[in-house]
Design a protein around this ligand. Structure first.
Ligand code: HEM
Length: 64
């Protein structure tokens, strides 16, 4: 499924990358936000990463 120029899994990958960078910045206290965002973001980035990988593999149509 395409959303604009990119397939859905690629958009999820972009969000995952941005979140991963935010995790490092909040984890190292470079971005000073409530630490709750680091905890929640950590689980979210793992969840989105798994979805991204599975959707990406599906997009390759390996098993047709
Ligand atoms: C992919 C997910 C995550 C990434 C990339 C990440 C990254 C980091 C980084 C780079 C640091 C700094 C480490 C240091 O300076 O030595 C850090 C610290 C920390 N992270 Fe995460 N983190 C993630 C998920 C989580 C989660 C899920 C939790 C808690 C449930 C968590 C709790 C903490 C704590 C307690 C610290 C120490 C903060 C402090 O020094 O005051 N992180 N994290």
């Amino acid at each position: 499924m395409y959303i604009g120029p990119l397939p859905l899994f690629a958009w999820i990958g972009v969000v995952t990358l941005v979140l991963a960078v935010a995790q490092v910045l909040t984890g190292r206290h470079i971005l000073k936000v409530n630490f709750r965002y680091h905890r929640v973001g950590g689980y979210l980035v793992v969840f989105l990463g798994i979805i991204h990988g599975l959707f990406g593999l599906g997009f390759l149509r390996l098993f047709q």
